[in-house]
Design a protein around this ligand. Sequence first.
Ligand code: COA
Length: 324
Amino acid sequence: MIYSRIAGTGSYLPEKVLTNDDLVAMGVDTSDEWIRERTGIEQRHVAAEGELTSDLAEKAARKAIEAAGIEAEEIDFVILGTTSSDVVFPSTACKVQAKLGCPGGPALDVNAACTSFMYALSIADQYVRSGASKCALVMGAETLTRMLDWNDRTTCVLFGDGAGAVILKPSEEPGILSTHMHADGNYTDLLHTSVGVSSGFKENEPRAGVKVAMKGNEVFKMAVKTLGQTVVETLEANQMRQSDIDWLVPHQANYRIIAATAKKLKMDMDQVIVTVNQHGNTSAASVPLALDHGVRSGKIQRGQTMLLEAFGGGFTWASAMIRY
Ligand code: COA
């Protein structure tokens, strides 16, 4: 039996940091206290002018390549989860593939909003396990702050920019034990953008009207409920108990959502990788950023078992049980 195994992880955060107080100074009608209490967020990173999603992804990928001890030319499959691609086409994955110098194999973007990296991981896992890929680069990268309306305090305080990456290689040892992907398109109105190539843009608005619109309270409730069901599904699929999991590596949207999922798993918060305080919600980048943080901080050790999960617009949601 061939499994796909994480050979290395990497991540990148733009240099510019925006604290909650910086937002107040920019004129956003909010406070550090409100943001910390409701979300756990203290600061987020913001891409510099001209710094693109592909730039962030490339930097994260290079770190994952180094950690895996491979050469970029060995990569035969490139997949990137993102909602904020550089341009409509070519895909941001194609741009990263060219920057890294590993042409030839397939390169594609996946858009499942905040769940994009989990979808990308699941697809790459299938490629590696089937023998179609011997070395896959899986990334999640976003410049989501470019989609924010800085006059809308209900959304602009939540998001940040960043990128994370993993290299997957075939192995006789597990590896990715299972992945679970889901979507329910009946909830598009709760978290969405209202413009696009097909729908058209708004000429007189900043960034042609591309902005995140969200009914936060309803998204919150759905996220808690759905993620609770997802972790149960993932445990059952692997015939595992809560106590078999060493680490929860959750999507970093809101500390209270993370804590609710940890409670469902009867896990202490010191078994949970938390980066939302430092990064905000980096959408597709949040899980691989948290994973890389967990690995590089020495918390996540080889042989340990971790549960990754995410929830996002669509709605989409997904999980993976992984032996690192
Ligand atoms: N600063 C200060 N006050 C704010 C604010 C801000 N940034 N944003 C909203 N408020 C106000 C609201 O206007 C409201 O005021 P009112 O009671 O006078 O009407 C009050 O705070 C409470 O708003 P509410 O939306 O009920 O707060 P909440 O506890 O639900 O927290 C979120 C709001 C957005 C933090 C929370 O709903 C959330 O995290 N939702 C999930 C979002 C998410 O994860 N999205 C991405 C999924 S991938």
